[in-house]
Design a protein around this ligand. Sequence first.
Ligand code: NAD
Length: 491
Amino acid sequence: NIPDLFESLRDRLVGDAQTVGSFIDGTNVPGEGRELALIYPADGSLLQNYRDATPTIVERALTSCARGQRAWADLSAQRRGELLAEVGCLIKKHAEDLAILESISSGKAIKGARAQLVAVSEIFRYYAGWADKFGGSVISVPGGQLNYTLREPIGVFLQIMPWNSPLYLAAWHAAPALAMGNAVLLKPSELTPLTALALARLAIDAGLPPGVLNVVGGLGQTIGEAAIANTIVKKVVFVGSIRTGRQVSAAAAKRPIGCLLELGGKSANIVFEDADLEAAAKMAAVAAFANTGQNCVAGSRLFVQRGIYDEFMERVVDAASKYRIGAPLDENSESGPINNAAQYKRVWDMIRLGLDEGAELAFGMAEAPKRQDGFLVGPTVLKNVRNDMRIAREEVFGPVLVAIPFDDEADAVAQANDSEFGLGGAVWTRDIARAHRVAAKVRAGIFWINMYRDMHVATPFGGCDNSGYGRSSGIEALYEYTQTKSVWVPT
Ligand code: NAD
């Protein structure tokens, strides 16, 4: 029984329905704005209503963050590391409950939600280790003076997150910020605020001072501008669509403060005729359909060498037919429904658009079933697509793979790079020299050779072009979350 399960997990991890909204200074602060809804994506039913935040709540959250940041920075780096490691342990302890809550409220398949919970705990463990290991350096200067650098916290971060992997993305960005002595005001998507609220509560349980990790729940329009204009915010991290990313970076530029943007993608997955075709076809489906395609690095543009195009597409259709998109809590589902009604409509509109542009439906349905509750869309494969069609240029953020033929290496690279995005990509070939050439030439922040999708907190992640700028995760994130002070001493 989903409503009962949802309620009991929410009560335990977040609080009762009336208190859902924001989490400030260690306590729930319900919203006072207009009513918003949390929907169960599998059947479109209402899980609960809650109220939007207000500019006053944002102000209160930021004032608390400023206080929290001072207390946090006063602790030794070793102590901060210990406390963050404890957050990781608490996440591990509550992983199953958090995974189910994430699955019900975002629609993510439970299998994927569990895997992400393992990663979330690992993210805190990883950055807990860095807390006391990232310092400045001594620099040689003429004249005999001493010059050294300090790497200092930037202060209070505003982190605005999307709905596709709510807890994973919150942890991905909050953990390095906290490890470097910053405080975070986390703004989850209004569609999926619960696991971010649960994370902030666990941080208090772990012993982080109140205000170090606050959450404001509600609409971007209410919270974004009010928070970015507030001088307490010293840098913004935004993960989401290009459209909103432009607004957020423009607002940040007015102050001006720094911004890290992780936006959309239309990543190229390139298969040469000498590849292990079975492995490549299987992974082509996973690359495009994992998390129902609601994945910024989805391999949504599949480039297949012309000589094997027909044979390879049969394999891809076979892999698509075996890929199970179903109910979020079904143990057999590899992916769940689309998260929300607006996105559900967009996915079907984009499929329609692709067909109208001349693409051929190789697998899937041409339109939404007449009678269906919830936002389920099955794997969809569109063949004979050209890279200049809108279906190949725009991010769908749904389980829609477009397959485009190419002639040779130069053609594959040229078509892959003919995109406004530059986030992920992959090449499949047995020619090792070619694999490395293509990896070097495709514009992307992350690239796989004869594999797809693997990520780890220790490796850098980010995009180029309209996929955003800045690098999160790994050591590179530590540069984003610190500022350098250069100190001179006469000797
Ligand atoms: P979105 O841009 O609609 O919303 C993202 C966040 O911005 C939400 O929290 C929203 O409330 C907030 N927001 C909306 N208007 C705002 C405003 N005016 N000011 C400040 N904040 C505002 O994106 P979405 O639909 O939630 O997520 C899907 C997008 O996210 C896709 O384009 C996807 O590719 C991208 N994404 C990128 C990455 C990455 O790492 N590159 C990861 C996940 C998702």
